[in-house]
Design a protein around this ligand. Sequence first.
Ligand code: HPA
Ligand code: ZN
Length: 334
Amino acid sequence: MDQFLNDLPKAELHLHLEGSLEPELMFALAERNSIVLPYSSVEQLRQAYDFANLQAFLDLYYQGAAVLQTEQDFYDLTWAYIERCKTENVIHTEPFFDPQTHTDRGIPFATVIKGISRALRDAESKYGISSGLIMCFLRHLSEEAAFDTLQQAEPYLDQIIGIGLDSSEQGNPPAKFERVFAKARDMGLLAVAHAGEEGPAQNVIDALDILKVDRIDHGVRAIDDPELIKRLAAEKIALTVCPLSNTRLKVFDDMSQHNILQMLEQGVKVTVNSDDPAYFGGYLTENFIALEKELGMTRAQAIELARNSFEYSFAKKERKAELLAELDRHCVAR
Ligand code: HPA
Ligand code: ZN
């Protein structure tokens, strides 16, 4: 089953590039950029990855991202993730990046996006892995700062498929970003938002009704509102669920409590994703394996989850047809 899950063609729709920064690369980039990390070794850094909640993780995640300085650093970060995609048969990916984490440290927006985009172009030309880059606003910062970031992105709109909203959900509800989401949508960008991760089901409703998002990131707290579950299923609104992230950040006490398969069986278009794999103990295949081992996910469910990842991706119609055909071919061949 592990090999089956690894080889299953998949798309990833919820992956923060900064969260794919492995400790080994973090140390290498720190050395390359003459930055002293507050840890003596990779092992000591990994030991610090024991999080009580989302904020505890975010504090380390922003600290770690400070080693990223040059265009080549952003290329190397993205390319390391693409190599993982290749190994795990992730044939389409829609990664997030957090420009404000970098521009607030004086790194130009251009440096960040040029490095990431070059790696994504190489992913396509060398491995045939397609992608769509999503730019997230940090919700603990102001709406004005998000507007400023959107303006900086304008020369690069051909390299960005949509916008997202991440960072601390508690105290930063969707409504705070209503106008900037409206502007981005007017500019032709698609929209997603983290909602119902640590925050209430109402944040999922508000992300849909106020921000008018095309997908919900996480969304697991929707389970508290049976009417919302019915709506998600009826309107085919996809949730990008991240099982290992949710257990590492104590959204669920352990994997046996996770509700992803329950939602799948209720008709919600859920997908499996790794979120911040360098911090949460596994890439996409590991997330699928955890569902199989701890929730008894069947092969048919795994295939349905993979199908959802293509169906609810932002890939263009022709590419989506190719992705789905690849999944069908693979499943028939087995
Ligand atoms: N939630 C909110 N913000 C984030 C996350 C997450 O899981 N990962 C990176 N930024
Ligand atoms: Zn996330």
